[in-house]
Design a protein around this ligand. Structure first.
Ligand code: F1P
Length: 349
């Protein structure tokens, strides 16, 4: 059946995140090596979904540990290393890749390995992959592997690991905090599948905008990519406030504007979404707590996790994965097999 694997993989996230957290517990010695001597700089890198993951991970890592952290696509690190590398600084490069076989990421890491002062951590679902073989520190989550081409549970599980990494190295009580994620995602998938279906199957919508700031920007980008890959729809992602600086010209009654509301910028985020509603757009607000000011003009997903912004960020995504799945299916496409796309981009360079 079309989309069979994607659907199962999205719904399996509660169990797979649990296994991911168990795996983290077992791999704590890997992180302990770093605990006593944090790097002076961290570079997160990946391609496509795993670049977007890197964007959120870098924000998280810097915000929790205070260590300056940047994110870049594997190709940019390969072609323009001077923009990212500071050879005198003890640097940790975290390469993220579901497959561990993406050419640009591998090439970038092969270069990095020749540098003094640089260590490589790989986060992947394939411990036997070529990229894994290039790591000084390896964190693998085979339970999150997928049959589908578009990443869903692999992306979210690798994000959970990035949250664990940042939280643990920052001295947070990571497992009690992040241990709540599997139940929270189960609640969200159960409660909000009908909204995801309703909006996904609404073919009067012809453009999608995903807005999020800080930790949530990378997640907004990933939601945008799911909509594009699975359903071949016009889909864009922006930092929340950036949307007013031009892109809002595209808002009309056929637009869905999805706001990933952060608690720390809540009033600003709500103001942007209200404005987009006034311009005729339909609004989906994803928020920790619904407040009366959001009633009447938006669809709402209430996360209700009790978690801080940094720990909650991955919870914004699963309902949006379902929305992309339903739109794809409704358009007669196969969510498991996005147009023109393979699971790994391997280049003969
Ligand atoms: C990255 C990636 C995916 C994309 C497609 C091709 O792969 O670009 O984001 O959806 O499947 O590969 P990886 O390096 O994370 O395996």
């Amino acid at each position: 059946m079309r989309g069979e694997y994607t659907y199962k993989e999205i719904l399996s996230q509660p169990e797979v995140w649990k296994l991911t957290l168990d795996g983290f517990r077992q791999q704590i010695p890997v992180f302990d090596i770093m605990h006593n001597s944090l790097p002076a700089k961290v570079i997160f890198t990946g391609c496509g979904s795993t670049y977007y993951l890197s964007l959120s991970a870098a924000r998280l890592f810097q915000s929790l540990t205070g260590v300056p952290s940047v994110a870049c696509p594997g190709s940019e690190l390969l072609f323009f290393p001077d923009l990212y590398e500071e050879r005198s600084k003890k640097t940790l490069v975290v390469a993220v890749s579901r497959s561990g076989e993406t050419t640009e990421t591998i090439r970038a890491i092969e270069r990095i390995r020749k540098l003094d002062n640089h260590r490589v951590m790989v986060i992947t679902c394939y411990p036997e992959s070529k990229l894994a073989g290039l790591s000084d520190f390896l964190v693998s989550i085979p339970d999150a592997q997928e049959v589908s081409v578009a990443q869903t549970r692999s992306f979210s599980s690798m994000t959970v690991i990035a949250e664990c990494l940042a939280g643990y190295l920052a001295g947070q009580e990571v497992l009690p905090i992040l241990g709540q994620l599997p139940n929270s995602v189960r609640y969200l998938l159960d409660k909000y599948e009908p909204i995801a279906k309703q909006l996904g199957e609404d073919l009067s919508l012809d453009r999608f905008f995903f807005l999020g700031s800080g930790f949530n920007y990378g997640i907004a980008c990933e939601a945008m990519l799911k909509m594009k890959e699975m359903s071949i729809s016009h889909s864009e992602a922006y930092h929340m406030m950036e949307f007013r600086h031009g892109p809002m010209s595209m808002v009309n009654e056929n637009a869905l504007v999805v706001g990933l509301i952060s608690e720390s910028t809540r009033q600003w985020d709500i103001a942007v979404l209200k404005h987009m509603h006034q311009l005729g757009g339909r609004i989906l607000a994803i928020t920790e707590q619904i407040s009366p000011e959001m009633e009447g003009w938006s669809f709402q997903v209430e996360i209700n996790s009790g978690l801080p912004d940094w720990a909650r960020t991955i919870l914004y995504l699963p309902v949006l994965q379902l929305m992309a799945y339903y739109r794809s299916y409704c358009k007669g496409l196969d969510p498991d097999r996005p147009t023109n796309l393979d699971a790994v981009v391997k280049l003969n360079l």
